[in-house]
Design a protein. Sequence first.
Lengths: 165, 128
Amino acid sequence: MVKYTLILTALCIPFTGNAEEALIEGNVQSKCIINTDINGVYGNPAPDKLSTKSVDGGVEPTIRFDVAIANYYLARVTTPSSFSTSPSLSDVVNWTGTTTVGEVSDAGMSAYDAAKVTYDTTSEFDLTIAGSTWFKVDSVATYGFGRAFPGGTYRAIVQAECIAQ
Amino acid sequence: MIKLFFIAALFLAGKVSAHEMTPTYPPLVPSYVDGLVSAKMTMFNSRKDVDYFEIGVFDDEWNPVPFAATAKILRVPHGSSKTFEVFVRHKDKKRATFICSLSKLRTDSSARAIVSSKICSRTDGALP
């Protein structure tokens, strides 16, 4: 008799238990992350030329901007206009540079290139779509009027900025 | 094609190095020091080639605004985050628009970084 009572009681326990709720909370906040996916390398296709273009033997720096929410940030990329490290140079260096949209996580981001604003050596992109955009940077330096760059290490800085708007 | 993209992204993930600063719109609130307002920021660094970041406060014309912080050059080692407070005089509260962090690159020739990253948050709460 006692055994039956115990079994019956045990069977009843699960049905009398209280249900508990597990809460999952999340928060999406605006933020911008700048990723330097590839650091560039200057190629030296001619004695007077240093270039990051792949056709010139260089490697284009690639910078990825990740934004969590659309329309909160501007991306600004400034190509170099001087060397941060170089041998002593006695002649003028002429700089050209362009920033273009490479890979995109959303097809609509391809329109960034057409809408970009360029001034001096800076290109400005309005990040109107949430996701990731890869920007490729070309930088070309030519020395004097056909003069050969002196031997040594050359470095220049690309500035990538993410500005809240 | 999409699969290939994700596989490529996975391989790249090990090399990626990032700089992040939040919040985007930090409020300047009264601090425990009289006459000062402050904003609390958090920075995350996954750039192996960068250990130091320079903090700056600017107005809407990008002129520097006087400020105080634990340090103007912050050490944020690779893979770590740091929370810091920026103090601005109450009289500069309306003028201070941007709080920025700029990665500092080493000048020695062994350093390979050629990308300097800068992230700016807005303190005037100008939502788009």
